[in-house]
Design a protein around this ligand. Sequence first.
Ligand SMILES: *Cc1c(COP(=O)(O)O)cnc(C)c1O
Length: 354
Amino acid sequence: MKKHNFSAGPSILPPEVLIKASQAVVDLDDSGLSLIEISHRSKAFVDIMENARALALELLGLEGKGYKALFLQGGASTQFLMVALNLLEKRAGYLNSGAWADKAIKEAKIYDDIYEVGSSKDANYNYIPKGYDVPSDYDYLHVTSNNTIYGTQIKDFPKCDIPLVCDMSSDIFSRTLDFTQFGLIYAGAQKNMGPSGTTLVVVREDILGKVSRKIPSMMDYKIHISKGSMFNTPPVFPIYTSMLTLEWLKGLGGIKAIEKENEKKSRLMYSEIDLNPLFKGFAAKEDRSDMNATFTLENENLKDTFESMLKEAGISGVNGHRSVGGYRASMYNAMPLDSVKVLVEVMSELESKA
Ligand SMILES: *Cc1c(COP(=O)(O)O)cnc(C)c1O
C-alpha cells in the first residue's frame, strides 16, 4: 500500500510522474532506447532539456524577461559558492534565517565580505528576521524563501535596489509571487520538483559578468548559459523527471492552481496544531511555512502511542529534523489533501485517547 509520504526531501512526487519516469528508464517514448542510455546530445534529450528549461520560465512568468533557466549539478549547496563566485565583488548582504542560510554565508565568506542583515539564530531560527536595512551599494542580498528545517517562510520579500538572490529549494513552484523581483533563484530539485541530482537556477542575465575574478568553467553561469545547460553531461534522469513534474503542474493550471491546494493543506494542518492541546507549533505564527509544518508533542509519555498510530495509518517521514526535534509534516505540491486529512485524524484521535 502506498504510504502517506511527508518526507522533507527527497520527497513526494505525483504518481503519474513516477510511472512515466520509470517507463522512460526502460523505453523512452517507444524509441526502443532507455532515457539513461542515449546521448545527451541526441535530439530526444536536447528536446527534453529545452522543454524543461522553457517550462520553468513559463511557470514562473519569466518568459521573455531576460532570464535563463539552467539545470546544474552539485545540489543547492554548490549554489552557495557559485552565487558568491559569480556575483560577489566587494560585499553582500545575507539574511540568516536558518541552517541552510548559515551554510550559504559560510561559503560566501571564503570569497569576500559578508554582512548579516538579520539573524534569528539565537532563537533556533523559529522566526524570520524583519525590518532590516539593505545598503544599496552591496553586490546582492541573499535570502532563503522557505526554511525547510524550522518551518518558516518569507511572506513579504524585502524591497531592494540590488539583485535579490533566493534559495527557493523547498517552496519553488508552490505559491504565486512576482518572480521578476529576483535576480537569481536556485532550488535543489528534490523537494518540490524531482529526484535529487539536479538544481534549477533561474538568473537574470544582466546581473552576470560584473566580477573581476576568474571563474572556473563549471562554476560559471555564463558558460552554462552559452552551452544551453549542457557544458558537460547533464544528469538526464533528474532533469527528465523534473520536466514531467513541471508538465504535470502546468496541466493542473500552474502555480495559481497548486497554491490553492497548498493553502487548504496548510490551513487544515495548522488548525489541528493550534486546536489540539497535545501539540504545539514551533515556528512563529506569522512566519509559518505552507510547505513544512513543524510541531512538538507536549506530553512525552504519549510519544510511543502517537508514533505507533502514525505507523498504523501508513504515515511516513514526519519526524522532525534533529536540530528542532518533534515532528515536521512536509506538504509539497504533490502531497494530496487526503494525506493531510489522515495525519490530522490521527492527531485528533490521540487527543480523544489521552
Ligand atoms: C535541502 C535544502 C538545501 C540543500 O540542498 P542540497 O541539494 O542537498 O545541496 C539548501 N537550501 C534549502 C532551503 C534546502 O531545503
